[in-house]
Design a binder for this molecule. Structure first.
Ligand code: UT7
Length: 336
């Protein structure tokens, strides 16, 4: 039995900055509303022709993470890729990373857990390393969401929130069983699946053949739908529960948290959690102001930035927590 540790981190965001004022030229919104309700000042969107895809951004983040980990490419044993915005309907982006990074013919797994995707991906990688099956695993969260958003008044409640970008981590075997990833905790509640979803194209509600046949420009089924207030109310409850669950499992309490990195869903959600747990501003890392909600990429981007800014030191207790579409939620407790 082993532990796993985060051996290297990297992130990549497209160059193109989209401000709230930029969005107000496309739809009936404004900087004041967006900042007041979400904390977001700007986000990154890929531009047509700039060459960015979900996979290519993931690859760029992965290259940095691999280089920083000191692990040779040939020693990566497995890929786990989390996204809700894959390049292709199938195959998933995991195999494209194997190809584009020129990795050995190792296994590649795609994770479909949206905002909780990175937490689920880390949990899976951790299990493989714990059992001794693999030594080094590349974990990526990447999203190209801007192409799929409804950039009209109709979609304003959703489209102002989301951004594009990627983050990656190399998880490696840790022999010291008192440090590294201490535990992971995963949950789902599918009764609320349609409260935050893109239902088409799929094999359930809207078949591809029907969409093509109808050719209806007013068909909203392939745009994201979110029951914002309902999601918000569930998020604050589930974030709190799953952070507590992780602390309890390790005989830790809130005062042991060195840094909480919540999925960057909404600055108001992060602040609610911060106040509920009586944490200081320095103990909760937020960068949604710059990148918006990048779904599966938000935690690895935030984790990388926090690490780059020197906010994570050896021995720190770092807590990752996520909630999102599914509903799914989870946490990771790390002793750095
Ligand atoms: O990452 C996955 C998990 N996601 C989340 O956790 C997101 C959770 N939810 C939220 O963050 C918030 O619900 C939102 C930021 C999405 C929305 O904020 P809200 O305070 O819940 O606003 P609302 O949807 O209740 O809308 C309030 C008003 C409405 O107008 P009326 O009906 O009061 O006249 C909306 O039509 O704001 C209007 N509105 C906007 N106005 C300007 C909605 N979107 C916009 C907009 N700009 N972009």
């Amino acid at each position: 039995m082993y532990h796993s540790k985060i051996a290297g981190l990297g992130f990549y965001v497209p160059e193109n900055i989209v401000t709230n004022d930029d969005l107000s030229k496309l739809m009936d919104t404004n900087d004041e509303w967006i900042q007041e309700r979400t904390g977001i000042k700007e986000r990154r969107h890929v531009q047509r022709g700039d060459g960015n895809t979900t996979t290519s951004m993931g690859v760029k983040a992965a290259q940095i993470a691999i280089q920083r980990s000191g692990v040779a490419k040939e020693d990566i044993d497995f890929i786990v890729f989390a996204t809700l915005s894959p390049d292709y309907y199938f195959p998933g982006p995991g195999v494209l990373v194997q190809r584009d990074l020129g990795l050995k013919t190792i296994g590649a797994l795609d994770i479909r857990n949206q905002c909780s995707g990175f937490v689920y991906a880390v949990s899976i990688a951790d299990q493989y390393i714990k059992t001794g099956m693999y030594k080094n695993i590349l974990v990526i969260g990447s999203e190209l969401q801007s192409y799929g958003l409804d950039m009209t008044d109709r979609g304003r409640g959703v489209s102002v929130i989301f951004g594009d970008g990627a983050g990656a981590a190399v998880l490696s075997r840790e022999e010291d069983l008192t440090s590294g990833i201490l535990s992971t905790h995963l949950h789902s509640e599918g009764i609320h699946a349609e409260e935050l979803a893109v239902v088409a194209p799929g094999m359930g509600k809207r078949w591809v053949t029907d969409i093509i046949k109808d050719n209806d420009p007013n068909d909203e089924s392939y745009y994201p739908y979110m029951n914002g207030q309902f999601v918000f109310k569930n998020a604050v409850v589930r974030f709190s529960e799953v952070i507590n669950e992780g602390l309890l499992a390790n005989n830790l309490s809130v005062c042991n948290i060195s840094l909480l990195i919540p999925h960057q869903a909404n600055l108001r959600i992060s602040q609610f959690i911060q106040h509920k747990f009586k944490l200081s501003e320095e103990q909760v890392f937020n960068n949604i102001q710059k990148y918006g909600n990048t779904t599966a990429a938000s935690i690895p981007i935030a984790l990388t930035e926090a690490w780059e800014q020197g906010k994570i030191k050896k021995g720190d207790i770092v807590v990752l927590a996520a909630f999102g579409s599914g509903f799914t939620w989870g946490s990771v407790i790390i002793k750095w």
